[in-house]
Design a protein around this ligand. Sequence first.
Ligand SMILES: Nc1ncnc2c1ncn2[C@@H]1O[C@H](COP(=O)(O)OP(=O)(O)OP(=O)(O)O)[C@@H](O)[C@H]1O
Ligand SMILES: [Mg+2]
Length: 479
Amino acid sequence: MESNSSDHAPHIRPTVLVVDDDAGLRESFRVILEDEYEVLGAADGLAALDVLRSRQVDLVLLDIRLPDMDGIEVLDRLKNLDAQVEVILVTAVKTVRTAVAAMKLGAFDYLTKPFDEEEVLGLIRRALERRALEREVVFLRSELARARDFDQLVGQHVEMQKLQQIISQVARTTSTVLITGESGTGKELVARAIHRQGPRHDKPFVPVNLPALSETLMESEIFGHERGAFTGAYQRKLGKFEAASGGTLFLDEIGALKPELQAKLLRVLQEREVERVGGTRAIKVDVRVIAATNVDLKSAVANHGFREDLYYRLNVVPIRVPALRDRRQDIPLLADHFIRKYNQAFNKRVERLSAEALAVLDAYAWPGNVREFQNAIERLVTLVDGPVIESSDLPLELALGDRNARAAGTDGLPLKRAREEFERQMIARVLERVRWNQSEAARLLGMHRNTLKLKVAKWGRHPSRFSAATGPVREVDGD
Ligand SMILES: Nc1ncnc2c1ncn2[C@@H]1O[C@H](COP(=O)(O)OP(=O)(O)OP(=O)(O)O)[C@@H](O)[C@H]1O
Ligand SMILES: [Mg+2]
């Protein structure tokens, strides 16, 4: 998952569930809480469990003496339903034994009757802050696990070897790194590799996809905000800088950073301190920053779209990731890698690409780079039945996307095969142009309609193989 923290977007009010058999007490909690929270009520333990099953609840105020069940048991069952829900117990008398049991089961704290409004609000606020932090931790753990699992950079081309070398060198430092490269070349993988190979590998790696953030939320997402900083800021929120504490912050598509925030980021990089939105003090942060861009930042600077001083601050160590078409030797290696990956994912047993299929892939320009390549292999692995991916399995756009307007992938093939391949591509191209009107295509190609039909029928056994670009082969009789 990318870091998209819509789950704690500030406009969503936290939900508090009040569990008490005394309707008057539930009502007075509601009056105290409803300004800041969504307030729900339940009169007994079973009703409380029902609410938790059907609604997202952030915090439960739980009376320990309920008509149907012991409060401790309700607590236990609530936590079983949602381990992350915060529970504050409410009781008339505080006994050590229950207190210990409650804490063991993960209650946040105790509230002893009678209580005052400020006490209740303060306690709830602290509990919810802890909850926000815990969520962040859970998210970061899954990010770490993901990084370890399958994010290895595949490639032996000399440019990739150089890249690996730079990665292991900069991993030891805390220098700011700017990764450039076309879309889908593996910039994020490079950032993760730098993080993983460095001394901060057991600390968080926090990716921030800047274009995905709304203009209004961008500042608070990155730098955090204090409670009440703006309408809707119901509780304090840590920004990604603080979440990445001790680790690495990955600012993806840095070119999308708003101009005001460029100035703010520059200050953070210089002072190593952040200030939350609405905050009054600077907070020290120890974070390594890696930025990435697929636009030419330097020309963005020239066109006044990007601050020059920030550009130089980020560009301490520049790393350029090569386009796939510039390291075609890696294509067979990448194919193996992704075939293995998708065999595993889809429980298939594809072994390899045929030489012809590989040749077609090799001739294609791959404007979407490794990401596009990976998607193509994924699709092929799901589609083919046998152990070998043949060139006839390839989608039309690959077969036609050759570099020099000659038939793709015919180099080095035996003449008969090359001719067949050329013919297939030629026919496909014409068919596409006439929107699959076979009679018209036959006329243009100067071949008999039945001959064409036979060929198409042969290739079109699996329509998706013949053409993934235009959908299933349609039978259109024109004359
Ligand atoms: N060298 C590589 N070896 C294996 N997988 C790779 C390699 N490069 C990229 N990938 C895979 O391709 C996909 C795209 O990589 P990544 O997201 O790192 O690219 P990117 O440069 O950040 O792309 P974008 O500019 O579109 O954000 C990912 O699924 C990644 O795992
Ligand atoms: Mg990326």
